[in-house]
Design a binder for this molecule. Structure first.
Ligand code: SAM
Length: 304
C-alpha cells in the first residue's frame, strides 16, 4: 500500500559506534566491501541514494546514509557492533545532550537502548549511565544490544523512573538526563495508517500519554544537580510535544529552552522554535520532536 512505499523511501541510516571503530575506518571497510562513497551530504536531495552508494550525513558527524533498500542485519559491521541501525532523528537526543566523559547521566525510559548506547559513545564509556525501564523483556533485549556495542558504563534497572528518588545520595551527581518516554508513536511511518476511527478514544489516549510525559519531565527536573535534560518523542502530535514542554516550563520557572541546531530544517511549532521537529518530507526521517531544557545559570545566587 501507500504507507509501505513511503517507509521504503526513507534512507537507511547507520550510526557508527565510536566505542568500537571510527567513521574513517567504517567508511574504508565499506568501500572495500563494494560500496561507493559519495562524500558528505550537503542538501536534502543528496539523501536519495541508489544501490550501493553511501554518504556521510550533513548534520550528524557519526551517521552514514544508504539507499532505502540496504539491509545490514547480516553484515559484519552490524554483527560486530561497529554500526547501529538507528533513524537519523533518533540520533538527535544523545548528540544534543552531549554529556561530557566522566559525568553521571540518567536515561529515564531506556529500552531497547539505542539512545543509551549513543550516550555511552558520547561519554566514551566513562562516568556513569543509569538506565531505567519498566519492561523486563525490553531490558533483556537492551543488555544484548549494549553488550554487542561494547558499552560498559551502564547500570540497568527494571524500575519505574517516576519512583526513582531524586534526593537519594546515589543520584546526587546526576547532571544530564535523557527522557524518551512512551508516546503514541504517530511519527513512525509504518504506524501511521493505524489510527483508529474512534476519535474520542484517540483523544483520551493522547491526553493520558501527555499527562504521563509531563510527570516524567517534572520528575526529571527534580534531580538536585541537574544541568540539562533532553526530551524527545516519535510523535507528531503537539499534545505530546510542544504542549508538554510548555506546561513543564510554566511549572518549572528555573528552566529554559536551549536553541538547537540553527541549520536544522524543521522547528518546533510556534512559539517553541528552539525545539526541533523531524518528518519524512523536511528531514527524510520518521516524525520526531526534541527539546533541550537547561537550568538557569546560578551565578548571582548568594552562597552562604
Ligand atoms: N529510548 C529508547 C531507545 O532509544 O531505544 C526507546 C524508549 S521507548 C520510546 C519508551 C520506553 O519507556 C519503553 O521501553 C517503556 O517500557 C518505558 N517506560 C514506560 N513507562 C516507564 C516508566 N514509568 N519508567 C521507566 N520506563 C518506562
Amino acid at each position: 500500500g501507500l504507507q509501505r512505499s513511503t517507509e521504503d523511501q526513507l534512507p537507511r541510516y547507520v550510526r557508527v559506534n565510536t566505542l568500537k571503530t571510527s567513521v574513517e575506518d567504517a567508511v574504508d571497510y565499506l568501500k572495500r566491501d563494494g560500496f561507493a562513497y559519495q562524500g558528505q551530504a550537503s542538501r536534502l536531495e543528496d539523501l536519495t541514494l541508489k544501490a550501493k552508494s553511501f554518504l556521510r550525513d550533513q548534520h550528524l558527524p557519526e551517521l552514514l546514509v544508504f539507499s532505502p533498500k540496504m539491509d545490514f542485519h547480516d553484515h559484519f559491521l552490524y554483527k560486530a557492533g561497529h554500526i547501529i541501525l538507528q533513524d537519523k532523528a533518533s540520533c538527535l537526543p544523545a548528540y544534543l545532550l552531549n554529556p561530557p566523559p566522566g559525568s553521571h547521566v540518567i536515561d529515564a525510559c531506556a529500552a531497547p537502548g539505542n539512545k543509551t548506547s549513543h550516550l555511552a559513545a558520547v561519554m566514551r564509556n566513562t562516568g556513569k549511565l543509569s538506565a531505567f525501564d519498566l519492561d523486563a523483556k525490553r531490558l533483556a533485549t537492551m543488555s544484548t544490544l549494549l553488550l554487542r556495542a561494547g558499552v560498559t558504563c551502564t547500570q540497568l534497572a527494571n524500575q519505574d523512573f517516576l519512583k526513582v528518588d531524586p534526593d537519594s545520595p546515589q543520584y546526587k551527581d546526576v547532571e544530564y538526563i535523557l527522557l524518551d518516554p512512551s508516546c503514541s508513536g504517530s511519527g513512525m511511518v509504518c504506524l501511521r495508517d493505524n489510527t483508529s476511527s474512534d476519535q474520542e478514544k484517540d483523544e483520551a489516549r493522547l491526553a493520558s500519554l501527555a499527562s504521563f510525559q509531563l510527570r516524567c519531565l517534572n520528575h526529571g527536573l527534580r534531580f538536585p544537580r541537574l544541568k540539562r535534560l533532553v526530551y524527545s518523542t516519535c510523535s507528531i502530535h503537539s499534545q505530546e510535544n510542544e504542549e508538554v514542554v510548555t506546561a513543564c516550563l510554566q511549572q518549572n520557572p528555573g528552566f529554559r529552552l536551549v536553541p538547537l541546531l540553527a541549520q536544522w530544517p524543521e522547528r518546533g511549532m510556534e512559539p517553541l522554535t528552539q525545539c526541533l521537529r523531524a518528518s519524512t518530507t523536511k528531514t527524510r526521517t520518521h516524525g520526531f520532536f526534541v527539546a533541550l531544557l537547561e537550568k538557569h545559570s546560578e551565578t548571582g545566587k548568594i552562597n552562604l
